[in-house]
Write a new protein. Structure first.
Length: 116
């Protein structure tokens, strides 16, 4: 399984970005996906998660109302739409594919930088 994130960039506060997470392989339709972010010197922070069929979605309190996670199983892709970005949202965003209890996969991350 290969996980690849994209869509990061530099944006001003109040702006928007849409991150994409593409997961290779034929297990995507039964795989839960989560987004995390990390700032140098801090622990990786969970941001949002979506179940295999999109019926279960959860967000961290810090992003509720601003971020939206969604998935397109036909494209093996999960999206993270980020609106009203704040400088505190700056970090490297990682996608985690949870395939089964003993198997998950991480991407290399995509950098989001929000300027004030």
């Amino acid at each position: 399984v290969k996980v690849e994130e994209s869509g990061g960039g530099l944006v001003q506060a109040g702006g928007s970005l849409r991150l994409s997470c593409v997961v290779s392989g034929n297990t995507f339709r039964t795989t839960s996906i989560a987004w995390y972010r990390q700032v140098p010197g801090k622990e990786r922070e969970w941001v949002a998660a979506i179940g295999w069929d999109g019926s279960i979605i959860h967000y961290a309190d810090s992003v509720k109302g601003r971020f939206t996670i969604s998935r397109d199983n036909g494209k093996n892709t999960v999206y993270l739409q980020m609106n009203n970005l704040e400088p505190e949202d700056t970090g490297v965003y990682y996608c985690n594919a949870w395939i089964r209890p003993d198997l998950d996969a991480w991407g290399q991350g995509t950098l989001v930088a929000v300027t004030s």
